[in-house]
Design a protein around this ligand. Structure first.
Ligand code: SAH
Ligand code: SF4
Length: 393
């Protein structure tokens, strides 16, 4: 049975460094600069400006604050005992360390946790923690609220784009979940959250600057320190942004392929009309750092009678020839009003076998968190784009 927890406590009680008063943390403080989301040089520069510090000293202070925030999960400056009393006392006059607000948390029977987070008035998005994926557990983060694309099998695609999430808001998803898992300090040997996948709401390559900064923050060795090889960005195929993604982030790439002919892909993943298969696959071949050790994951949702024949499996093998790849077969996750059904298990297995015999790893992704609508493509929030005039009112 679904365990349904309503949690508005900001969820960081597990953090040993959060015993101070709730005034400086968690809630976004107007007029204060939020530490979360700043790059290390930006934080140092902000310290120079706030306290007229010598740049060298500011760099050192920035490193100390950084470690407290991202390694120990501190949400208060009081905890930063190596900073000096005076500094600790004045930091909250200029800076905050915030978290998105947890509006709702649901836990599936299979241990998957889904969080609905609020980033500002009317700006809500979901993220999902899936245990026992990757090295130990993967967090699926959102990069946008809603999506501009309309893939016909995806629930998020039915929600209009509200806006891009900032780097702070993307990292905020990681911070909230680490709080909830009690994962501070961020210890690489024992952690449950070992992988990040940009497979939540939105198209990450339409928000590359923020996604890139978020990846820099998440992978920084003195902080959360997740290796870039454990960070995967999934795209529906925004071809011009694929090379920059590789160059700027060194992240692993996943492609939402789902069809092997342009005619069908134009329908399922309409961005295909702009960047058809030939261009998409060429961009894959050109992805920086591509090798057998750094293969591209091709995601293929199994839609009954639509894209799941053996002819299509053969064509898939032909198309991917020469690309170091693995193929992730995703049983379609239904949502209310969805125009598709999931393929039968036999059909999925037959497809997987053929691809596997051709030499490609072709795991079938076990649906996780279906009972709480947390599985791939089921995420959606109630946020709607508000007209500026309505907001002013
Ligand atoms: N916008 C990006 C990332 C988010 S979607 C992208 O499209 O790649 C994450 C993955 O879930 C994609 O492969 C997407 O195609 C898949 N997906 C979407 N809806 C789904 C559904 N109903 N069932 C199974 N997978 C789905
Ligand atoms: Fe957007 Fe990805 Fe869903 Fe397509 S599959 S609508 S790109 S979130």
């Amino acid at each position: 049975m679904t365990k349904h927890i309503l949690d508005i406590s900001n969820g960081h009680s597990a953090n040993p460094n959060t015993d101070a008063t709730p005034d400086t943390a968690c809630v976004k403080n107007k007029g204060l600069q939020d530490v979360i989301g700043l790059t290390r040089p930006e934080l140092a520069q902000a310290l120079v400006e706030a306290f007229d510090l010598d740049p060298k000293k500011a760099k050192m202070r920035a490193s100390q604050i950084w470690r407290w925030v991202y390694h120990f999960g501190a949400t208060h400056f009081d905890a930063m005992t190596d900073l000096g009393k005076e500094m600790r006392a004045i930091l909250p006059d200029h800076f905050s360390i915030s978290r998105p607000e947890i509006i709702e948390k649901q836990v599936s029977t299979d241990g998957t946790r889904k969080y609905l987070l609020k980033f500002g008035p009317g700006v809500e998005a979901e993220c999902v923690f899936i245990p026992d994926v990757g090295r130990s557990g993967a967090l699926c983060v959102s990069s946008q609220v809603g999506c501009t694309l309309n893939c016909t099998f995806c629930h998020t695609g039915t929600q209009k784009l509200v806006r891009n999430l900032t780097a702070a808001e993307i990292v905020g998803q990681v911070m909230v979940v680490k709080d909830d898992l009690g994962e501070w300090p961020s210890d690489s040997d024992t952690r449950k959250l070992s992988n990040i996948v940009f497979m939540g709401m939105g198209e990450p390559l339409y928000n590359l600057p923020h996604v890139g900064t978020a990846i820099d923050l998440i992978s920084d060795e003195n902080g959360i320190a997740l290796s870039r090889r454990r960070i995967t960005v999934s795209t529906s195929g925004v071809v011009p942004q694929m090379h920059p993604l590789g160059l700027e982030t060194n992240a692993m790439l996943a492609i939402s392929l789902h069809a092997v002919q342009d005619e069908l892909r134009d329908v399922l993943v309409p961005i295909n009309k702009k960047y058809p298969l030939k261009e998409l696959l060429q961009a894959c071949r050109d992805y920086p750092g591509l090798s057998n050790a750094r293969r591209i994951t091709f995601e293929y949702v199994m839609l009954n009678g639509v894209n799941d024949s053996l002819v299509e499996a053969r064509e898939l093998v032909r198309l991917l020839k020469g690309i170091p790849a693995k193929i992730n077969l995703i049983p379609f996750n239904p949502w209310p009003g969805a125009p598709y059904e999931c393929s039968s298990w036999e059909r999925i297995e037959g497809f997987a076998d053929l691809v596997n015999r051709a030499g490609y790893a072709s795991p079938i992704r076990t649906p996780r968190g279906r009972d709480i609508a947390a599985a791939c493509g089921q995420l959606k929030s109630e946020s709607i784009k508000e007209r500026a005039s309505a907001r002013l009112k």
